[in-house]
Design a binder for this molecule. Structure first.
Ligand SMILES: Nc1ncnc2c1ncn2[C@@H]1O[C@H](COP(=O)(O)OP(=O)(O)O)[C@@H](O)[C@H]1O
Ligand SMILES: [Mg+2]
Length: 201
């Protein structure tokens, strides 16, 4: 198999604001796109490669250091390699909370407690979990929690996102009248309104 660094180099992303994916080795399958990177599954492995957009490459080192800090905590993926613009971590089998909501897969009180615990353990390592939103939390096929995208866990500013998501879970989602399957455009609209409240323009 090719070296991880060679695989990462095969990923070509446009240097404009669209960050268009132009090319990638055939042993990489695209599984996700966030605000800073494309994520691929590496064929015939259970590993995922996160390749950062050209204007976010500096985040690779920051995120790798944070993953190192939480390696002993079972709720975070194992980090296998990191380079100038990429990370290699466990591929997570399961669904993000966002997917659970759009697919109608139930999210339980147990899951919420486990996420709380996972974040608490990161705090014990001196981190400040931030950017905790529906697309960065997985419920695995074994119904365990995994948290990804830890790049902002060292930010000083306090982040209320998880606190607000938990409140929404208890106030709305957990009630029997509340729908358990929610279309993605509704979730995206709620997220956009939420973001605006915190970033007044
Ligand atoms: N290890 C992984 N296993 C499975 N899917 C993943 C993994 N890492 C990321 N993803 C998918 O890719 C998306 C983007 O990854 P993420 O690390 O959050 O990038 P960004 O920093 O750009 O937000 C995630 O929301 C998720 O759907
Ligand atoms: Mg993310």
């Amino acid at each position: 198999m090719q070296q991880y660094s060679e695989l990462a180099q095969s990923v070509k992303i446009s240097h404009d604001k669209n960050n268009t994916l132009l090319d990638a080795d055939h042993s990489l399958s695209l599984i996700g796109k966030g605000r800073s990177a494309y994520v691929f599954r590496i064929h015939s492995t259970n590993k995922a490669m996160k390749v950062f957009f050209p204007n976010h490459t500096h985040t690779a080192k920051v995120e790798a250091e944070i993953y190192q800090t939480v390696q002993s905590i079972e709720y975070y993926p194992t980090l296998y390699d990191a380079g100038e613009n990429y990370l290699v971590i466990d591929h997570i089998e399961g669904n993000t909370l966002f997917e659970c909501l759009t697919l109608g897969i139930p999210i339980t009180e147990e899951n919420i407690k486990e996420i709380d615990h996972a974040l608490q353990l990161a705090r014990k390592e001196g981190l400040n979990p931030s950017d905790i939103h529906l697309r960065n939390i997985f419920i695995t096929s074994e119904k365990k929690v995994k948290i990804i995208d830890v790049a902002r866990f060292k930010q000083v500013k306090s982040c209320n996102q998880w606190h607000d998501l938990k409140s929404a879970f208890h106030l709305f989602y957990s009630k029997s009248f509340f729908p358990k399957k929610i279309p993605s455009f509704i979730l995206n609209s709620i997220a956009a309104i939420y973001k605006k409240r915190f970033l007044p323009i």
